[in-house]
Design a protein around this ligand. Structure first.
Ligand SMILES: [Zn+2]
Length: 115
Protein backbone atom coordinates (compact mmCIF):
# COMPACT_ATOMS: atom_id res chain seq x y z
CA UNK A 1 0.00 0.00 0.00
CA UNK A 2 1.29 3.44 -0.91
CA UNK A 3 0.34 6.37 1.28
CA UNK A 4 0.36 10.03 0.31
CA UNK A 5 0.35 12.82 2.88
CA UNK A 6 -1.13 16.13 1.76
CA UNK A 7 -0.30 19.50 3.33
CA UNK A 8 -2.82 22.32 3.80
CA UNK A 9 -2.01 25.51 5.72
CA UNK A 10 -4.70 28.14 6.28
CA UNK A 11 -6.67 26.40 3.53
CA UNK A 12 -3.84 26.67 0.98
CA UNK A 13 -2.55 23.47 -0.60
CA UNK A 14 1.23 22.96 -0.40
CA UNK A 15 1.45 19.61 -2.17
CA UNK A 16 1.96 16.03 -1.07
CA UNK A 17 4.64 13.44 -0.49
CA UNK A 18 4.78 9.69 -0.18
CA UNK A 19 4.40 8.51 3.40
CA UNK A 20 5.06 5.09 4.91
CA UNK A 21 4.21 2.59 7.63
CA UNK A 22 5.68 3.31 11.08
CA UNK A 23 6.87 0.60 13.44
CA UNK A 24 5.93 1.38 17.04
CA UNK A 25 7.04 -1.31 19.51
CA UNK A 26 7.33 -3.77 16.58
CA UNK A 27 3.76 -3.02 15.53
CA UNK A 28 3.18 -1.76 11.97
CA UNK A 29 0.97 1.36 11.97
CA UNK A 30 -0.42 3.29 9.05
CA UNK A 31 0.57 6.99 8.96
CA UNK A 32 -1.76 9.18 11.02
CA UNK A 33 -3.47 12.30 9.65
CA UNK A 34 -2.68 15.39 11.76
CA UNK A 35 -4.45 18.68 12.39
CA UNK A 36 -2.56 21.54 14.08
CA UNK A 37 -4.41 23.55 16.72
CA UNK A 38 -3.15 26.98 17.85
CA UNK A 39 -3.52 27.44 21.63
CA UNK A 40 -3.68 31.25 21.24
CA UNK A 41 -6.37 31.76 18.58
CA UNK A 42 -8.06 28.37 18.78
CA UNK A 43 -7.88 27.76 15.04
CA UNK A 44 -7.06 24.52 13.27
CA UNK A 45 -4.51 26.15 10.96
CA UNK A 46 -2.92 23.12 9.27
CA UNK A 47 -4.23 19.77 8.09
CA UNK A 48 -2.19 16.80 6.90
CA UNK A 49 -4.56 14.14 5.60
CA UNK A 50 -3.11 10.80 4.50
CA UNK A 51 -4.50 9.14 1.39
CA UNK A 52 -5.09 5.37 1.80
CA UNK A 53 -4.66 5.38 5.60
CA UNK A 54 -7.52 4.10 7.75
CA UNK A 55 -6.28 5.87 10.91
CA UNK A 56 -8.30 8.56 12.63
CA UNK A 57 -7.17 12.19 12.89
CA UNK A 58 -4.98 13.39 15.73
CA UNK A 59 -5.08 17.01 16.86
CA UNK A 60 -1.69 18.47 17.83
CA UNK A 61 -1.12 21.74 19.67
CA UNK A 62 1.19 24.10 17.77
CA UNK A 63 1.36 27.88 17.42
CA UNK A 64 0.20 29.23 14.06
CA UNK A 65 2.29 31.66 12.03
CA UNK A 66 0.44 34.67 13.54
CA UNK A 67 0.95 33.66 17.20
CA UNK A 68 4.48 33.10 18.54
CA UNK A 69 3.49 31.89 22.02
CA UNK A 70 5.52 32.71 25.12
CA UNK A 71 8.89 31.15 24.25
CA UNK A 72 11.20 33.15 21.94
CA UNK A 73 12.55 29.87 20.54
CA UNK A 74 9.31 28.42 19.19
CA UNK A 75 9.21 28.38 15.39
CA UNK A 76 5.54 29.25 15.14
CA UNK A 77 3.87 28.00 11.99
CA UNK A 78 6.28 25.07 11.65
CA UNK A 79 4.94 21.56 11.02
CA UNK A 80 8.15 19.81 12.05
CA UNK A 81 7.45 17.52 14.99
CA UNK A 82 10.42 16.35 17.08
CA UNK A 83 8.74 13.02 17.83
CA UNK A 84 7.70 12.37 14.20
CA UNK A 85 10.87 12.62 12.02
CA UNK A 86 9.21 10.66 9.17
CA UNK A 87 6.90 13.62 8.64
CA UNK A 88 9.84 15.74 7.48
CA UNK A 89 10.84 13.07 4.92
CA UNK A 90 7.52 13.26 3.09
CA UNK A 91 7.32 17.06 2.83
CA UNK A 92 7.21 18.32 -0.77
CA UNK A 93 9.72 21.02 -1.90
CA UNK A 94 7.22 23.84 -1.31
CA UNK A 95 6.82 22.77 2.34
CA UNK A 96 10.59 22.47 2.87
CA UNK A 97 11.03 26.00 1.47
CA UNK A 98 8.36 27.29 3.85
CA UNK A 99 9.99 25.52 6.83
CA UNK A 100 13.40 26.94 5.89
CA UNK A 101 12.01 30.49 5.73
CA UNK A 102 10.23 30.12 9.08
CA UNK A 103 13.42 28.88 10.76
CA UNK A 104 15.47 31.60 9.08
CA UNK A 105 13.09 34.19 10.57
CA UNK A 106 13.90 32.86 14.05
CA UNK A 107 17.62 33.10 13.28
CA UNK A 108 17.26 36.71 12.06
CA UNK A 109 15.27 37.57 15.19
CA UNK A 110 18.07 36.16 17.35
CA UNK A 111 20.75 38.17 15.49
CA UNK A 112 18.79 41.44 15.76
CA UNK A 113 17.97 41.01 19.47
CA UNK A 114 21.55 40.12 20.42
CA UNK A 115 23.28 42.90 18.46
ZN1 LIG B 1 -2.93 31.33 16.26
Amino acid sequence: MTYFRHFFIDGQYYGSGEDKIRFVHAEAQEPMPYAMFCPTCGEIWARMPVENSQREWRIIGGYCEKHPGVSPYVVHGSLILAWEPDLYDCMPPEMLKREFELHLRLWEKEIVERS
